[in-house]
Design a protein. Structure first.
Length: 251
């Protein structure tokens, strides 16, 4: 029962995540710990799972079949996934549907920001060779990758996406998560960090950081951020040098 002044998470407009998966026991996993876990306990966001296997139609609970055209592995069936997605949509309301796949557009901080500002996310986690393309097209699923490598399933990728979003929800990290200094916020990787002791195993903290001169510290950090971005990320560096004011928007 939900009493007066004790509205459901849904009614309060809390950010909601739903994972569609063959392995619901993999959730909350790391999302149940640290900042995301505390925020979950505080009701700042909600996490539910939909067990895809519950929507299998036959007595063997089959969710996959061999690929048309031949080839290795199995493909998750459109009819089973469709039922699971419909049930998840009923549960979560009108939230964007994302399918985690190495074929997807690579996840960026700017897409994370957009998703975190929305009502939540419904994340379809693939296993085997993937999901029948027709059900992704039918539901207008956005295909997202977490990097150019292949995981054994979408669950870890879904947790990466959810974690990146949850830390941006107001109240989860205080003001620091939206700070201008974070990697990608200005289209640059972040400058290096140091704390006590000032001298450690013969290695000294850069002098400027001990100076108390805020303007010099700011300039030094910007130089460091630019240098590491130029060295490690030609793609980010190109966008930044083309338009230093705006390049954070695309990342
Ligand atoms: N599933 C398997 N590999 C993946 C990746 N790199 N990104 C998103 N989902 C995946």
């Amino acid at each position: 029962m939900t009493g007066e002044g004790e509205k459901s998470a849904f009614a309060r407009g809390v950010w909601r995540a739903v994972a569609l998966t063959l392995f619901p026991e993999m959730f909350p996993g790391p999302l149940g710990h640290s900042l995301a876990g505390q925020a979950l306990e505080q009701g700042l966001w909600t996490l539910e799972t939909v067990d895809i296997r519950a929507f299998a139609r036959d007595k063997h609970r089959t969710v996959d079949d061999s690929p048309f055209g031949g080839g290795a592995g199995m493909v998750m069936r459109a009819d089973v996934i469709d039922e699971a997605v419909r049930a998840a949509k009923e549960q979560a309301g009108d939230v964007p549907l994302v399918y985690m796949t190495p074929r997807g557009r690579q996840l960026t901080q700017s897409r994370v920001r957009e998703l975190a500002q929305g009502p939540g996310v419904l994340v379809l986690c693939g296993r085997y060779e993937g999901v029948d393309q027709r059900v992704l097209d039918a539901h207008g699923a956005e295909e997202i990758s977490v990097g150019d490598y292949v995981l054994s399933g979408g669950e870890l990728a879904a947790q990466v996406l959810m974690d990146a979003c949850v830390r941006l929800i107001p109240g989860v990290m205080g003001s620091s998560a939206s700070g201008e200094d974070e990697s990608f916020e200005a289209g640059l990787l972040e400058y290096p960090h140091f704390t006590r002791p000032a001298s450690w195993q013969g290695r000294e903290v850069p002098e400027v950081l001990l100076s108390g001169h805020h303007e010099n510290i700011r300039a030094w950090r910007r130089e460091q951020a630019e240098a590491v971005t130029k060295e490690r990320r030609a793609d980010l560096w190109k966008a930044y040098t083309a338009n230093p004011e705006k390049s954070g928007d695309e990342n």
